[in-house]
Design a protein around this ligand. Sequence first.
Ligand SMILES: [Cu+2]
Length: 388
Amino acid sequence: MTLRTAIGCLSRRGMAAAGFSMALPMLLLFAPAGAAALDLPREQVALVAPPLVHPHEQATAKGPEIIEFRLVVEEKRIVIDDAGTTLQAMTFNGSIPGPMMVVHEGDYVELTLVNPASNMMAHNIDFHAATGALGGGALTLVNPGEQVVLRFKATRTGVFVYHCAPGGPMIPWHVVSGMSGVIMVLPRGGLTDGAGHALHYDRIYYIGENDFYVPRDAKGNFKSYDSLAASYDDTAEAMRKLIPSHVVFNGRVGALTGKNALKAKVGETVLIVHSEANRDSRPHLIGGHGDYVWETGKFSNPPQTDLETWFIRGGSAGAALYTFRQPGLYAYLTHNLIEAVELGATAHFKVEGAWDDDPMTQVRPPEPISPALHGAAAKPTHAVVEHY
Ligand SMILES: [Cu+2]
């Protein structure tokens, strides 16, 4: 696809002309001319950048409400690694991933999607949590300088991806350029273990994984572009090879490591929400587990327990609950270790607290090899020696 035909996909007219979906005009025929007013309480929620999540109730005694969110699309060039590699990014609210939204089952989500005139591209939003009209994609396509308001009823509980899907080849490009996020629809009574016992979290973090496809020049160096449009042809060619240049958590290598490490304390229970809008991933917490894991992210299914590694299908989100038992620095990564270590998909949890020798202890520190020493026993038995 050339840049010219790419630009042809930038408007609603261009989207239909490109044959993106002949169903789109028909869907629009069935769209409400003016949405009926709902006589429900309203709540405006200010979204925050991941890995943080806006304040919310884990269970609620209130009836359904209309929860209002606002997302502003921001196209911008960002740095994605310590070498200064740049990406012509497309974002919801300026962050990769976009912010996490939290509502309760039966609430109505009312989203204002804003596409400022300073942007180049048309954008929209497809909520995997929503029913009908391309998940909202058919009713939310906005050109630069426009905004739109979508309302949908949150009928299914779980964590669900949302992403931009403006038609044809624009879809993967916008998604791998950063336009995805998550909405969590909690059961009104909160999370349970599937056997009727309530589950709570002390902290919640949202980790959005992204595969990036930064083009290289003839010498193999990453290229930089002055504009989103200028980056398109090379980026599309790199995308078609399906070999990401970077696989990262929260928009760049190191976004959640070192001084950016996620924090917790021994005894605290953390809910880790993990999404990948385009590609599979295998989250693993080194030195810990998934105590309760909704691997497919849907809370009407009982969580699995005691997992070592779980699987996030491309185009989905999962949630893992873990109570930290030991202090220290934990790596949380995808257990495709090449992607984790070489391409960037690693986060850190910095956990404070007192070490407990019962689950693990170093019986003897490293020391010169001595055949007379085994474990704590200064004088091993014959049987132990034979075992070695
Ligand atoms: Cu978009």
